[in-house]
Design a protein around this ligand. Structure first.
Ligand code: FAD
Length: 545
């Protein structure tokens, strides 16, 4: 058995190591056109600020160590330039010399990754646009930062990498501007959740330019579509990636509808002897069952292992991708799994949303901080569809529990019954995930109707009943339109003064007292009562405050 692997980082190196563990006799050759294998792409942005001080710490494996441990024939500086499927051969170019040679294969695995997408713009000949994908990219950025003409940076793109790069430039003491074409950062989040990240970035000094694109890039300045001109000492583009499918396309392997290499659940391409994994392949979404590109390290590693299993005769299957992601934004964390409300809306799904703001551990134990949590589930069946969380502590744990719940096809009601670890420094006897289950079950059982702030205008002639204490409303934030205030303790004695012929949208600070008020009202002859999901806190996020 002779296996050739194209690409020596996440998917490729994982597959190589697994293959060796399964087969001590096989010839395994791993071709990498760069000089490094198995480096920590995900750690690259943190070297910019010095959080990861040593560049060498990013070089997780060397070709020599990988060979010593796994007896893999690692060929760095060797680019595979074509595949001859009929004769089961690949052609390789030695990058340093341009020399060409061939190797035969019994099985071929493609893990060529993705390359940065450069947005369309007018670019002067002397304008330098940096990207961050690998170690040479990082070296170029670090060299520029060493002798920066001015302590200002421009980052194009507000996704994961753009935010991480902006954070690390700002942490390095450089005035950083971030330009994002869309109306929000972090597209997998819904707007009101991303708006927490906007406030966080701004509070840390990053200048956001949302809904803007770079029209014209000059050597040290950029003209935006908004008309604004920004000066910079370095400009880094991070607007997303496109799958590296050149080799596959030229070898006439089938590509999927979204442009990635088409593979089955064994990670086998349209050629039974060629497998493909990682950023280059199209995957099925485990919630929507639609195809898409999800360039993340976890899927690439899992797929590498599964391809290796199948190449070596084990029958393992890849279980789709649910797009679970997490991001540090200074001292905050944003994470998500499954689909967003935007996506559910776009797909015409019949969903319900809950928003809550519980403390990450018992509120009486020092250091408790709020998690802003949003959970999406299917109406009627209760099947969990997605979750998003933003906060300073405990976000990772909740999203990982919810990611597991989605993977296990649990319902919103099932969340009530999860027995999660608890002691005051770590959580609450009712963990935020359990509380999401309670809220969802109340909706499913018809005990309360819930509505999100962005939809209350759909309720004709509604009145907003705010059951907060008067001093809870922030004076600098406009009150919700059409609202009156009756604090919850006074509600039972004020029922006579409330209109029964108008729908009531009830709100409090975070949603709990709103629910209590809804229960009082609906049992007192008020037929059209809605609890405002996430209360005043979510309202503030919707209006960007
Ligand atoms: P890669 O790891 O990119 O490996 C592909 C390799 O193939 C490359 O080294 C390339 O040189 C080589 N290659 C391509 N074509 C050829 C050829 N013809 N011949 C020889 N070699 C070839 N994901 C997360 O889940 N969490 C994170 O926090 C995260 N942070 C990231 C931060 C940055 C800055 C970057 C760039 C990525 C980050 N990712 C993160 C994404 C993650 O790194 C990728 O999803 C993952 O590396 C994909 O694995 P892969 O094997 O498909 O591609």
């Amino acid at each position: 058995m002779k296996v050739c692997i194209v690409g020596g980082v996440a998917g490729g190196a994982t597959a190589a190591a697994r293959m060796r563990r399964l087969n001590e006799q096989a010839d395994i050759l791993m071709f990498e056109r760069g000089n490094y294998i198995s480096f920590a792409n995900c750690g690259l942005p943190y070297h910019i600020s010095g959080t990861i001080q040593s560049r060498e710490a990013l070089l997780v494996q060397t070709p020599e160590a990988f060979h010593a441990r796994y007896r893999i024939d690692v060929r760095t500086g060797n680019e595979v330039i074509s595949i001859d499927r009929a004769n089961k051969k690949i052609k390789i170019r030695r990058v340093a010399t341009g020399e060409l040679y061939e190797e035969t294969y019994d099985k071929l695995l493609l893990s060529p990754g993705a390359s940065p997408f450069i947005p369309p713009m007018q670019k002067d000949a002397d304008a330098q646009l940096f990207t961050l994908r690998d170690i040479p990219d990082l070296d170029r950025i670090m060299a520029q930062l060493k002798d920066l003409p001015q302590q200002k940076a421009l980052v194009i793109g507000g996704g994961f990498i753009g935010i991480e790069v902006a954070e690390n430039l700002q942490e390095r003491g450089i005035e950083t501007h971030l330009v994002e074409l869309g109306p929000q950062l972090l597209a997998p989040l819904d707007y009101e959740m991303a708006s927490i990240i906007h406030s966080q970035m701004k509070s840390k000094g990053v200048r956001l330019h949302l809904g803007a694109a770079v029209k014209h890039l000059r050597q040290d300045s950029a003209e935006l579509s908004s008309g604004e001109t920004l000066d910079f000492g370095i400009c880094i583009s991070a607007v997303g990636v496109k799958p590296e499918t050149g080799l596959a396309r030229e070898a006439a392997l089938s590509l999927g509808e979204t442009g990635g290499i088409l593979v089955d659940a064994c990670m086998r391409t349209s050629d039974p002897d060629i497998f493909a994994v990682g950023d280059a392949v199209e995957v099925e979404n485990s919630v929507t069952h639609r195809k898409g590109l999800v360039p993340l390290a976890g899927p690439a590693n899992r797929q590498g292992r599964i391809a290796a299993d199948n190449i070596m005769g084990l029958k393992s299957r890849y279980h789709d991708t649910q797009g679970t992601g997490i991001l540090k934004v200074f001292d905050m964390t944003a994470a998500f799994t499954g689909i967003s409300e935007k996506a559910a809306k776009r797909l015409g799904m019949n969903y319900e949303v809950i928003q809550l703001h519980p403390y990450h551990h018992a509120s009486y134990y020092p250091g408790a901080s709020q998690i802003h949590l949003k959970v999406l589930f299917e109406k009627v069946s209760g099947r969990l569809l997605g979750a998003q969380a933003v906060g300073t502590h405990g976000v990772d744990k909740r999203i990982d529990v919810l990611a597991t719940a989605i993977r296990a096809n649990l319902t919103i009601e099932d969340l009530e019954h999860l027995e999660l670890s608890y002691a005051p420094p770590y959580g609450s006897a009712k963990d935020p995930v359990n509380v999401a289950g309670y809220i969802g079950s109340n909706i499913q059982d018809g005990l309360v109707q819930s509505i999100t702030y962005d939809r209350i205008s759909e309720i004709t002639n509604h009145l907003v009943l705010n059951v907060c204490e008067p001093d809870e409303w922030k004076p600098d934030i406009p009150p919700i339109p059409n609202s009156i205030n009756v604090p919850l303790p006074k509600l039972r004695n004020s029922l006579e003064s409330l209109p029964k012929d108008r729908p009531l949208v009830v709100t409090c600070y975070a949603g709990l007292r709103g629910y209590l008020a809804c229960r009082i009202l609906s049992q007192s002859g008020f037929d059209h009562v809605y609890n405002l999901s996430g209360g005043y806190i979510s309202y503030c996020h919707y209006i960007g405050r």
